[in-house]
Write a protein that binds this ligand. Structure first.
Ligand SMILES: Cc1ncc(COP(=O)(O)O)c(C=O)c1O
Length: 215
């Protein structure tokens, strides 16, 4: 078989990934942070080490790495927690349903949504024309799950920084394939799944509690 749908939900797993999953199933079955016994401490240790790796991978700080159930949940938390009635958000027509559906919902709550239809490569240029005084969020996919096209993440980050807009990246298809340095690219939040088939271990990186409306 030749299997090409291999970014967000990878079919073939490197041996180290298989081994890590087996190790977790066999040995890491306790609640981290809630018990003092050895099993729980082992799980906490694994989570600590995973967070360290992710910090390095994304050039992030410790408090910026948050684990969620899947990418859809992470995007929903970020989008629904950021926008309220009267806010404006810009996105692209290439977004996954995990972005478009919460935005459709928010339209009914008085949020203004602009969906740019130009090629992803031009998103940063067209974005500038759509910014309004109430633009609070830009949400964009790093790589389209339909066309495979990528977005110029750094250029979008520059526009967001200049206009003081929160910048959320859907990294489901891009992380591990294109460079993502959140500091350099001025990214406020990014979510991704790494070689995941169970749809469980994904992450949201949250910056400076910008989603405090959720709490
Ligand atoms: C671009 C993109 N965003 C978001 C998702 C949602 O990921 P999940 O299935 O982990 O919720 C996918 C899934 O394939 C995707 O391709």
């Amino acid at each position: 078989m030749i299997y090409l749908d291999n970014a967000a939900t990878s079919f073939h797993k490197p041996k180290c990934v298989k081994n890590a999953v087996i190790k977790a199933m066999e040995n890491l079955t306790a609640n981290p942070g809630r018990s003092g016994h050895k099993l729980a401490q082992d799980v906490a240790g694994e989570i600590f080490e995973t967070r360290e790796l992710l910090k390095e991978f994304f050039n992030a700080k410790e408090h910026q790495v948050i684990f969620t159930k899947n990418c859809t949940e992470a995007l929903n938390i970020a989008i629904l927690g950021t926008l309220k009635s009267g806010d404006h958000v810009v996105t692209s027509v290439y977004e996954h349903n995990s972005v478009l559906r919460p935005l459709e919902f928010l339209k009914t709550k008085g949020v203004q949504v602009t969906i740019i239809e130009d090629d992803l490569q031009n998103f940063h240029q067209v974005l500038q024309q759509h910014i309004m005084p109430n633009t609070k969020l830009v949400v964009i996919t790093s790589v389209s799950n339909v066309t495979g096209d990528g977005c110029n993440l750094q250029a979008v980050g520059e526009v967001c920084k200049k206009n003081n807009i929160i910048y959320l990246v859907d990294g489901a298809q891009g992380c591990g394939h294109v460079e993502i340095d959140i500091k350099k690219m001025n990214i406020d939040a990014i979510k991704h799944s790494f070689l995941d088939n169970t749809q469980k271990e994904k992450l949201l990186e949250e910056f400076e509690l910008k989603y405090k409306e959720l709490i």
